[in-house]
Design a protein around this ligand. Structure first.
Ligand SMILES: NC(=O)c1ccc[n+]([C@@H]2O[C@H](COP(=O)([O-])OP(=O)(O)OC[C@H]3O[C@@H](n4cnc5c(N)ncnc54)[C@H](OP(=O)(O)O)[C@@H]3O)[C@@H](O)[C@H]2O)c1
Length: 349
């Protein structure tokens, strides 16, 4: 049985560990903690062995830890790195490369320049098989993952008929459970958002995507305003919506008041972590003007990348056939059922 270690137990690492613990093809060896806080006992109470850095063992003397991170890495086949953005590079150099271990990194890392951790960004809709023989792969960030789910079906259907994708990203300020970050009363702009190059890494350099990003004071998801400009008269809205009917991880919703409305519904029907694990097209906002389709969708920042990590893990560890991997991920995440419940609740009245 393959053994997987989750290095980092924050918003993303905590979710990954809990979902993949239900996978009978692997054993979750444990999780890493770097701060001796309440989350150590949280992880232990959920049945995870907690491993800590060798040089911090003394700080954890009041906890029942399982060992050091260095020891855990000796015993595992793949590590899912869920470290704070940029730290994955240091981990790769200091831990994974010397120990010759496969690793999945998260979207806050880089795939170009001095601190690149891999050359491939994974998106299960676009390049599942490309991860088969890779030692290091980055799972795209939440926004980058969501954009693949929108752009790839459009590219496949309309190809060169599309002139440009002009996207404006409204990014959440912090996550729901992130009590350390104060949400400021401000709208901040991002210079050279990484999402542009990241999407092109897996969709092709010639993808005509032009993107700007703003951080807005909310903890409840991201919203993308995507204008799709055609070289001719744009398709109808029902043609566009039809394109996403059977897309994995894309729900088409009507009459949601806002992003919190969706998370509140997710909470009432007890989706884990109040996540939907998908993007939501807001069908009542779609507009067609001459050659342009104006599409609005929201992106569950914390949830969307978790099933993606599970798919990527299966590609890297087992080279599983794509359809088998999706079937297996479905057993843990129930994406079809979640999509159905969301679409029934937020239906066209
Ligand atoms: N949050 C999102 O919505 C989201 C979505 C998609 C992708 N991502 C990406 O996922 C990654 C993790 O983000 P996050 O939001 O989960 O961050 P987070 O909530 O701040 O959690 C980071 C975790 O990393 C641990 N850590 C500290 N130093 C570490 C090290 N050297 N190596 C490994 N782990 C270390 C921390 O441990 P202690 O708590 O014990 O100090 C903490 O548990 C980033 O690349 C981010 O860009 C985040």
């Amino acid at each position: 049985m393959k053994r997987v270690f989750v290095n980092g137990y924050g918003s993303i690492g905590g979710r990954i560990a809990q979902f993949i613990a239900g996978d009978s093809d692997i054993e979750v060896l444990g999780v890493a903690k770097y701060s001796p806080d309440d989350k150590v006992n949280d992880a232990i109470s959920r049945g995870f062995g907690v491993y800590v850095p060798k040089n911090k063992v003394e700080q954890f003397k009041n906890f029942r830890i399982a060992g050091t991170i260095e020891e855990a890495l000796e015993k595992c086949d793949l590590v899912i790195d869920a470290a704070p953005a940029g730290t994955g590079y240091t981990n790769k150099k200091n831990l994974y490369e010397p120990k010759n271990i496969k690793a999945i990194f998260q979207g806050g890392e880089k795939v170009t320049g001095d601190k690149a951790i891999a050359d491939l960004i994974f998106n299960s809709r676009v390049n599942y098989e490309h991860a088969f023989d890779k030692k290091y792969v980055m799972q795209g960030s939440c926004n980058v993952t969501g954009m693949g789910r929108i752009l790839q079906p459009l590219k496949e259907k309309y190809g060169k008929k599309i002139k440009r994708f002009d996207a404006t990203l409204l990014r959440r300020w912090a996550d729901l459970e992130d009590s350390k970050t104060e949400v400021k009363d401000s709208i901040e702009w991002t210079h050279n958002p990484h999402h542009n190059d990241d999407v092109k890494n897996y969709m092709g350099k010639d993808t005509p995507l032009f993107l700007r990003a703003f951080k807005v004071p909310t903890r409840q998801m991201h919203v993308h305003l995507m204008d799709i400009r055609f070289n001719e008269t744009a398709p109808t809205s029902s043609e566009i919506l039809d394109l996403y009917k059977n897309e994995y991880g894309v729900a088409t919703l009507y009459n949601a008041k806002g992003t919190k409305d969706i998370r509140d519904f997710a909470e009432t029907i007890k989706f884990s972590f109040k996540d939907t694990n998908m993007i939501h097209i807001h069908a009542d906002l779609i507009e067609i003007q001459d050659d342009v389709v104006k599409l609005t969708y929201s992106d569950d920042q914390t949830g969307i990348v978790i099933p993606e990590n599970h798919l990527l893990m299966q590609a890297m560890l087992f080279k599983k056939k794509r359809e088998d991997a999706f079937k297996h991920t479905e057993e843990l995440f129930h994406m079809e059922e979640k999509k159905k419940l969301l679409e029934e609740h937020f239906s066209k009245k």
